[in-house]
Write a protein that binds this ligand. Structure first.
Ligand SMILES: Nc1ncnc2c1ncn2[C@@H]1O[C@H](COP(=O)(O)OP(=O)(O)OP(=O)(O)O)[C@@H](O)[C@H]1O
Length: 261
């Protein structure tokens, strides 16, 4: 593999002694858009939290750009799941985006004009500049999601980690977020996204990690979208996703991609 952005080694995480991630071991390439996919409760959010040091590991370790989290924290931007945020705190949209300009090392820095310009530019990118002074609690769900992405953009990170950024957003916002991800990729950034929708995963990501408590597979999407692996990850739930057969057929990537070239 080319350069590695992130690797986990025998990662096990338990809640109340019940493992929700079991011996998860993978390496993710730099400069790609990576989807973490799996059914409800398969440990996707827990995986992101353990990468970010927000949940204790039972065993194993994580390396980011070959280093420990604390040495590279300033190079990572994390956008949590929208439901996990308390949206009632009193802060304007601009305040929230400006938070991206602080880091644990400079918590008390003074915000300068350049920071405000960067924040305004990020808000412009997510089409929310006109809402700068609005209280964050007075935005729609999709708009709140975009504010968090704007905050993430101001951090000048090399690795972006996002938990379900497409949930509850309209088609235009979904497209805007995808475009931003592509832009990040074109600048050599790595984007890791938790995503639950198999149907769209095939279009959105370059690389897929299939998770169901343990690692089912990790690889370029052309290698991952086959019925056997999807069955392994989704098991009986695949019957619910009635179109999975079509999905696999439709997803004859190697042939299609070759034709396109
Ligand atoms: N703080 C917690 N305490 C106890 N159990 C938890 C906690 N957080 C998550 N779990 C459990 O761990 C398992 C994995 O949860 P996680 O949120 O990581 O899954 P997920 O794949 O992100 O799910 P979804 O697609 O539904 O968001 C689930 O069974 C969940 O109930």
């Amino acid at each position: 593999m080319e350069e590695i952005a992130l690797e986990t080694h025998n990662l096990t995480v338990s809640y109340n002694r019940k493992p929700v991630l079991w011996n998860v071991d993978f390496k993710l390439p730099k400069g790609q858009i990576i989807g973490i996919i799996g059914p409800n409760g398969s440990g996707k959010t827990t995986l992101l939290k353990s990468i970010m040091g927000l949940t204790p590991l039972s065993s194993g370790y994580v390396e980011i750009f070959g280093q420990k989290l604390n040495d590279v924290r300033h190079r990572i931007s994390y956008v949590p799941q929208r439901e996990s945020v308390d949206w009632d705190f009193p802060a304007s949209v601009m305040d929230v985006v400006l938070m991206g300009r602080y880091s644990p090392k400079n918590l008390f820095k003074r915000i300068k004009k350049v920071d405000k310009d960067i924040a305004a530019e990020a808000l412009e990118k997510v089409n929310l500049l006109e809402f700068s002074n609005r209280q964050i609690s007075q935005l729609s769900g999709g708009q709140q999601q975009r504010v968090f992405i704007a905050r993430s953009l101001t951090q000048n990170a090399d690795l972006f980690i996002m938990d379900e950024p497409f949930v509850g957003v309209d088609a235009a916002t979904e497209q805007a977020i995808l475009t931003l991800m592509q832009e990040m990729k074109s600048k050599g950034k790595t984007v890791i996204v938790v995503h639950h929708d198999l149907q769209t995963a095939k279009d959105y990501f370059d690389w897929i990690v299939l998770l169901n408590t343990r690692l089912v597979a990790s690889g370029p999407k052309s290698e991952i979208f086959n019925e056997e692996l999807l069955q392994e990850a989704y098991g009986g739930k695949l019957n619910v996703l009635s179109k999975v057969g079509e999905l696999v057929k439709e997803h004859d990537f190697p042939i299609r991609e070759k034709k396109r070239k």
